[in-house]
Ligand binder design. Structure first.
Ligand code: G3P
Length: 217
């Protein structure tokens, strides 16, 4: 499973990338707003840090506007992936842009039929939002399961990018189902390494080690 980090905070991206865990980055207009940075400037900085795809989202809602904005975003770096909303205009733009060889992440997916359309439009990634479905009392993970079945039925190459991930359990469930990618907030990525028994075991080893009076040097 590939790990993307879901943030536009360059310090956090650098930290996760330095650990060697990063395969890409996803941003969106809300994350750009949260960063307080200029979209072009911060996205360029992110693309310089990370080798993998960096999703940058258009804000136009009509086809022509999306294509124009994609042309601007595309110039930022070679690893830009254009993020488009799952609307009819977004699907049309997806078909055009992937036809030109660009990577496209179709976002704001909340149903299996939407994911089917994105695959038919040639999307590189489909982003089903797990947490926002959970917020409504719907099991977001069922959507990942449905999309996995549909994509496997027809051998669609579109990668399932589990998004709106809020917890370590979301990551585990998405991995069990076979999502190709998870885009994860930095704090959740770091939390995956934590286990109370790891901390307890390490404390015990270090306490015993101190009693030996030895050093490894
Ligand atoms: O990748 C989409 C993600 O940023 C949405 O997450 O937590 O705002 O639903 P959230």
């Amino acid at each position: 499973m590939k790990f993307f980090v879901d943030t536009a905070d360059v310090d956090e991206i650098r930290e996760i990338n330095d650990i060697g865990l990063l395969d890409g980055v996803t941003t969106n207009p809300s994350l750009i707003m949260k960063s307080g940075r200029d979209i072009m400037e911060v996205t360029k900085e992110i693309c310089d840090i990370v080798d993998g795809p960096v999703s940058a989202e258009v804000t136009a809602t009509d086809y022509d506007g999306m294509i124009k904005e994609a042309a601007v975003l595309e110039k930022i770096a070679k690893n830009i992936c254009i993020k488009l909303p799952l609307t009819l205009d977004g699907l049309k733009a997806c078909k055009t842009l992937t036809g030109r060889g660009m990577k496209v992440n179709v976002t704001l997916c909340f149903s299996a039929n939407q994911a089917l359309l994105a695959a038919k439009a040639g999307a590189t990634f489909i982003s089903p939002f797990i947490g926002r479905l959970d917020d409504l009392g719907v099991d977001g993970m069922e959507l990942i399961e449905e999309i996995r079945v549909i994509y496997d039925n027809y051998d669609f190459k579109t990668e399932i990018l589990a998004a709106s991930i809020r917890s370590a359990d979301h990551v585990k469930q998405a991995a069990i189902i076979g999502a190709d990618v998870a885009t994860i907030p930095p704090a959740v990525i770091k939390s995956l390494a934590k286990h109370a028994l790891t901390d307890k075991g390490l404390d015990a080893f270090l306490a015993d080690w101190a009693k030996t009076g030895q050093k490894i040097e």
